[in-house]
Structure formats: C-alpha cells, structure tokens
Design a binder for this molecule. Sequence first.
Ligand SMILES: Nc1ncnc2c1ncn2[C@@H]1O[C@H](COP(=O)(O)OP(=O)(O)OP(=O)(O)O)[C@@H](O)[C@H]1O
Ligand SMILES: [Mg+2]
Length: 240
Amino acid sequence: MRCRSRIWALSTTTSTSGRLESSGRKPVGPGARFIAFEGVEGAGKSTQIRLVADALRKQGIEPVVTREPGGTRAGEAIRAVALDRDLELDPATELLLMLAARSVFVRQVVRPALEAGRIVLTDRYELSTFAYQGGGRQLPLTDVRELNQLATGGLRPDLSMLLDVDPDRGLARRTRGARDRIEGADLDFHRRVAQTYRELARAEPNVALIDGRGEIEQVFAAVWEALSARFPETFAPRQG
Ligand SMILES: Nc1ncnc2c1ncn2[C@@H]1O[C@H](COP(=O)(O)OP(=O)(O)OP(=O)(O)O)[C@@H](O)[C@H]1O
Ligand SMILES: [Mg+2]
C-alpha cells in the first residue's frame, strides 16, 4: 500500500502531463517495485541484476528483468539504430531514440508489470539519459528532463542503484567484443557521464550510491543492503 501511494505520488507530482495521464491509469499492485540499475560501461549492472534476481527467486519471487534501450521488439529495434557504430547520429537524435525506446518500454513492459504487482529490475532507465545525453553529449538538462517526462508519463523508479566506478576501470573490465556507438565515444565523454551520475546521486531523490569497485560479492552485499534498507519486507536483511 505504501508503495502504491508512492508510485502514484511520483507519477502525479512531476508535471502536468504526468498528472493528466495518470487519471486513466490503473494503480500499481501491492508488492510492485520498480528498481533501476545504473552506471558507466562495465560498472557491473548486468552482474548485480542477475544476483538480485537469483536471490529473489530463492525467496519464491520471480522478478521482471529487463533492459533499456530495449525490453520490447520495438525497443530492441530502436536500440539497434541508437547503438549502431556505422551510423552518425547527432546528440538530439540519439536522445530522441532513447526516449522513443523508453516510451514504448514504460507502456508495454513497466506499467503492466507494476499493475500486476511485479518487481521490475531494469538495466538502465532515466538517469542514464541524464548522464549520457545530458552530461556526456552536453544537451541541456532541462530539455532532457522535459522530454523524458513526456516519454515516461512521470513514472520514476522507486530506487535507482548507481554502481559507481571510474570509467577507465569499467571499460577495462569489459570482455565482450566490439564497442557500440556510445561505448566507443572518447574517455572524456565517459568521464563526464560518470561525473554527472555522481551529481545526480546527490541531487535526485531515491538514488542509492554504491561503491562498485570491490569484488562482485562485496558489491552485491552493498546492493542488497541498500534494497533491504528501503524495502525490508521484500529484500530481507541478510544474516551475518
Ligand atoms: N565488482 C566487480 N569486480 C570485477 N569484475 C566485475 C565486477 N562486476 C562485474 N565484473 C565483470 O566486469 C564485466 C562487466 O560487468 P557487467 O557486464 O555486469 O557490467 P555492465 O555494467 O552491465 O556493463 P555494460 O554497460 O557494458 O552492459 C563482466 O565481465 C563482469 O563479470
Ligand atoms: Mg550490462
């Protein structure tokens, strides 16, 4: 119940468009949680999502695990364009592609799952856009936020887990093949992204800043602790 009112509150207070749209929206189900994993390339997002999902399954909870851009057929098609190294895209086009993918993602994946009372774990969401297209590509953050509001209808995560590592460390961890269009941007770009993420962690509500530099298990312990501090009824505190 607490969660229901919180998500409603978030989706109705951010702007007029959110308020208008929310009037016809179903409430989220009890137990619904919307959690985003954020951070630079190689920060450990996919690794930590997998560990959180596994731990939930052991408790008998099957989360919805998804990623952005993507998560739907349309979203994956948009992702392919947005990340294609052979395409030259200006920052505004990149932003609009990311937000097009988000719009379909929210409406086809996130909202239905929350209405059904599911836990949604997403690999990236709006902080990525603020950090990459705002900080990295240097688009005006007010424009980015306004367009993001249109794409999401005001739906914000209950909690964003920011896995904080320096971009050099993150990029060095990467083992999989060729870099995509955004990964391939220069190191200054990635440093601006990391810096903007840190600023957002201070300025935005509902962001847990996690030191991502430790061993995988150590980072997971910090992730779980942040989740259980916030939602003890779902993410039971670990013993010992
Ligand atoms: N805490 C850690 N210490 C060392 N290596 C790690 C840690 N976390 C993840 N890795 C390894 O680093 C690589 C990148 O991790 P992962 O894929 O989880 O990052 P990511 O944030 O999802 O990256 P991307 O943005 O590229 O998808 C993987 O090979 C993973 O096993
Ligand atoms: Mg990943």
